[in-house]
Design a protein around this ligand. Sequence first.
Ligand SMILES: Nc1ncnc2c1ncn2[C@@H]1O[C@H](C[S@+](CC[C@H]([NH3+])C(=O)[O-])CC(=O)[O-])[C@@H](O)[C@H]1O
Ligand SMILES: O=C(O)C(=O)Cc1ccccc1
Length: 247
Amino acid sequence: MSKQPDRLFAEPLEQVPDFVFNEDVVRVFPDMIKRSVPGYPTIVENLGVLAARFAQPNTALYDLGASLGAVTQSLRRHVRSDGCRVIAVDNSAAMVERCRQYLTAQDSMFQELLPVQVLEADILALPFEPASVVAMNFTLQFIAPEQRLELLTRIRQALLPGGALILSEKLCFADEQEQALLAELHVDFKRANGYSELEIAQKRSAIENVMRPDTLEAHEQRLRAAGFSKVVPWFQCLNFASLIALP
Ligand SMILES: Nc1ncnc2c1ncn2[C@@H]1O[C@H](C[S@+](CC[C@H]([NH3+])C(=O)[O-])CC(=O)[O-])[C@@H](O)[C@H]1O
Ligand SMILES: O=C(O)C(=O)Cc1ccccc1
């Protein structure tokens, strides 16, 4: 399970292809996400702490768009409720294969971890079991905008009273000046983490057609339309934020 530095966009590409979660991305993903998403380690660790408050005995905890299972591992480190199990879902075969290897490694290092099931599936086509916690850590932004409300509505219907959806996303901003400042500060963050101007520019064109951020206000409105009664932002670092949505 070698972890390599992300150099995917280091050399000039004649045409930058759309970003896909393939084997090349899997090999560098832990490095890529840490160097690209300000606050990512803090969000992942605290997601487990937050989840422990909402988790209820004998229920499912979902990690939707689990990638390599960083959130699943955090849930398993922090949630102590009896009879809970984690269902990690991702539609990238390459991610799922490596995620299973990481979770097997976690199992061999710790005792009495929550049982976990890793599903290779499209979350848009997945029937949800009753759940006390649903985590979507930077996944909704990759779902086609016109499908987001229906997905959130199905998640809301699966959530048990007292449970929560924890939703982390890259944000955009209606105010031009705020948008420009936070986008520039995000580029500064990437530079400070060793990405070149070329890497930053090529990555930007790779993700522009596949990752579509919303404003905080759009998230709040849509979560309410999906049936959530309360939306509580608990973290923001530059243009990346995480929200707790209560049923
Ligand atoms: N329709 C879909 N169904 C299932 N999975 C999907 C779908 N669309 C995209 N994905 C998956 O969602 C994940 C998004 S990454 C999540 C990081 C992780 N949560 C982390 O906390 O480390 C975010 C990022 O790379 O910025 C990828 O693994 C996709 O394959
Ligand atoms: O790199 C970026 O600019 C991002 O916004 C986040 C990201 C992180 C990992 C994969 C795709 C997008």
